[in-house]
Design a protein. Structure first.
Length: 349
């Protein structure tokens, strides 16, 4: 299948020149004479490469680049800027996510070479993404089989099991479970990053969901002597979202609060706030170890691990942020060392 290139320029003669040059190389070329038309094409049929002129009326090449890079469901698409500007003005385009630029007047040999280079980059990125997806799927199968085998061993299916062996099997099962969860998180992060995660947006009762989570985690809190409470205002409106994915978010936030709190309490609040926009807010507040200002700036970064011995693999909060962003909501944290943390999720109503 030929590579599909989208060329964007408000001057039609320029488009025809690009089309002629690239079709001679065997590429399929689609033309758009404005940024608005181009974005519609990209949304419906993402190209393998975008060539976009910087100077266009209404929507310039920088804005097209920004919107493509911020689109939550697009795969990686190389972007080649076409410009008559000097180098300092190109910094903006490169900062917005463009991969390369070519100057006017266009030299066709240079254009073809840059297109070949960027399409090779696209192929490399796609192969990497497929590798991650295949790897995580293939590793899950033996881990699931191992979990089942350990359960059978612990139950004595293959012979008498001593108390010491049961403890050993339990530790092995916990480690296997943690590794399986890490792989699941990695696969989900990969899907969100590529825009391949499909969500079901259905209206549901958020208070009911939070109550379920609190009941599940109550034993964990009681084991540590912590008070775990849910406080919701009356007549909370339903929200529209993927209940299963949001369950993962709040399960993560509340279980983390319990994990990093040794004395005191974990309080979950849910209320409506009328400000510039009407918001449904969920807060998870604890009296735990807290975080430094530096940690708070990095806490939602991918693979960012805390310095504390209880810190995980650095995917949980990054995944939470991805899920929240997919719901057009926000998540933030305020914290002080040894004084606890407050995570706030705000859903626009």
């Amino acid at each position: 299948m030929n590579n599909y290139v989208l060329a964007i320029d408000d001057i039609y003669d320029n488009l025809l020149l690009i089309q002629l040059a690239l079709e001679q190389e065997g590429y399929s070329v689609v033309l758009a004479d404005s940024g608005q038309k181009a974005l519609k094409i990209i949304d419906q049929h993402p190209p393998d490469l975008i060539l976009v002129d910087v100077m266009m009326p209404e929507m310039d090449g920088y804005e097209v680049t920004r919107r493509v890079r911020q689109h939550p469901h697009l795969p990686y698409i190389p972007i080649l800027l076409i410009t008559a500007h000097e180098k300092p003005s190109l910094i903006e385009g490169l900062d917005l996510g463009a991969d390369e630029f070519i100057r006017k007047p266009i030299k066709l040999d240079e254009l073809k070479a840059r297109v070949r280079s960027l399409l090779r980059l696209k192929e490399t990125m796609d192969q990497r993404d497929n590798f991650v997806s295949c790897l995580t799927h293939d590793l899950r199968t033996p881990l699931v089989a191992m979990d089942r085998m350990l359960q059978l061993l612990k139950q004595g299916t293959f012979g008498v099991v001593s108390p010491e062996m049961k403890e050993a099997f339990k530790a092995m099962m916990n480690n296997n479970k943690n590794l399986l969860q890490m792989l699941n998180n990695l696969l989900d992060v990969h899907c969100y990053d590529l825009g391949h995660k499909n969500l079901s947006f259905i209206a549901f009762d958020l208070q009911e969901l939070l109550t379920e989570i609190i009941q599940e985690l109550l034993c964990l809190a009681e084991e540590k002597g912590l008070n775990l409470e849910l406080n919701c205002c009356e007549n909370l409106p339903e929200i529209k979202g993927d209940r299963l994915e949001l369950r993962r978010v709040f399960m993560n936030l509340i279980s983390n609060a319990i994990k990093f709190t040794d004395t005191g309490e974990v309080i979950v609040r849910c209320f409506v706030k009328d400000d510039y926009v009407r918001l449904l807010i969920v807060e998870v507040q604890d009296t735990g170890i807290g975080m430094s200002p530096e940690t708070q700036l990095e806490i939602f970064q991918r693979f960012r691990q805390g310095n504390h011995k209880r810190s995980g693999q650095g995917l949980g909060l990054y995944l939470c942020q991805k899920i929240i962003e997919a719901h057009e909501a926000t998540i933030n944290v305020t914290s002080k060392l040894n004084q606890g943390s407050l995570f706030r999720v705000s859903f626009p109503l």
